[in-house]
Design a protein around this ligand. Structure first.
Ligand code: ZN
Length: 340
């Protein structure tokens, strides 16, 4: 089969890779209907995260089940399925508490690489959620978004305790931040501030429910949030970047007693203890337990109540993956969908 491999920073190739097979009785093999490039794929692509030799890429996926192992009962060949970037048994104590991304048997799907024609998905019964019927083609991008960026943005909003009537600020205008806006709107937020300096992202943020766009960042951006909230700060702040600046911006934009939901993969972030102590904010986040939200998100998409697939502003054949990475790296595209 064909699959995407990162050889060294900036060097993305589509190559012949071995066809995946069932290795464990709990595995399934799926044929990808669509896959995509994640903002987090840009960390190794840019060399900020180490690349240890040729690495298969991709952890977002929707597709048709081809084959299941002898110990898979809930998922059947021919079904259309969605899973997230951590395979999970969905039955251990951590999973049952809603933290499937930290399942005691969690396996990183990114190590397998779903930017390919086929992929082996471990712990298929716990990981994969089938749709009740084969979805129409126009729903595929939105279902693919549920696999990571929507589920992650949704978790960020839940972690930030977004509720009806609350004021929310969203740090980060990538796909996760934009879908954090959508989630905040769905969860009933009254005002939603989106930090963004890029016109196409600003208009998508507005479409998803942002009431105000803030074009400044850092402490300047914080001051603007304070100005818009009687000097108090937002009730809920979503952090969807993962840098020192974005994390401090999120904490400082939150009012005392408020909540920060952080989902940007942390790179070199160090929190000053004394400032954190006196901020009196709640911090919650980490790798999003997307599996917790999948059934609900699939229903919202099937009923066409939300259209998160709008974050894909570039669609390419899998063979042109390198251009898909370049476009995102240069911020010409918000998110690239790849069709195998
Ligand atoms: Zn588990």
């Amino acid at each position: 089969m064909r699959g995407v491999v990162l050889h060294r920073p900036g060097d993305i190739r589509v190559e012949d890779r071995p066809d995946p097979t069932i290795k464990q009785p709990t595995d399934a093999v799926i044929r990808l209907a669509a896959t995509c490039v994640c903002g987090s794929d840009l960390w190794p692509y840019r060399g900020i995260e180490e690349v240890a030799g040729p690495a298969p890429m991709g952890h977002e996926y929707v597709g048709i089940v081809e084959e299941v192992g002898s110990d898979v009962w809930n998922v059947k060949p021919g079904q259309f399925v969605i899973g997230s970037f951590f395979a999970s048994d969905n039955s251990c104590e951590i999973c049952r508490a809603g933290y499937q991304s930290r399942c005691v048997h969690a396996e990183l799907v990114g190590a397998i690489g779903t930017q390919a024609e086929y992929a082996r998905i471990p712990l298929a019964d716990g990981t994969l959620v089938p749709t009740p019927e084969l979805p129409s083609d126009d729903l595929v991008p939105s279902l693919l978004a549920a696999s990571d960026v929507l589920g992650t943005g949704w978790f960020a909003a839940v972690a930030a305790d977004v509720r009806p009537g609350k004021t929310v600020a969203v740090v980060g205008d990538g796909a996760v931040g934009l879908l954090g806006v959508l989630a905040a709107k769905q969860l009933g937020a009254e005002r939603i501030f989106a930090f963004s300096r890029h016109e196409p992202r600003q208009s998508l943020a507005r479409e998803f429910g942002a009431t105000d766009i803030i074009t400044t960042r850092g402490d300047e951006g914080v001051a603007e949030v304070k100005e818009l909230t009687n000097g108090l700060g937002a009730h809920s702040v979503i952090e969807a970047v993962g840098t020192q600046e974005s994390m401090m911006q999120a904490i400082r934009a939150t009012r005392p007693g408020g909540h920060v939901g952080y989902v940007g993969v942390s790179h070199g972030v160090e929190l000053p203890g004394e400032e954190l102590f006196f901020s009196a904010v709640h911090l919650h986040g980490g790798p999003a337990p997307v599996r917790r939200f999948l059934p609900e998100l699939i229903e919202l998409i099937r009923n066409r109540q939300i259209d998160p697939g709008k974050v894909f502003d570039l669609t390419l054949p899998l063979e042109q993956a390198a251009e898909g990475y370049r476009a995102m790296d240069e911020r010409r595209a918000i998110k690239t969908l790849l069709r195998p």
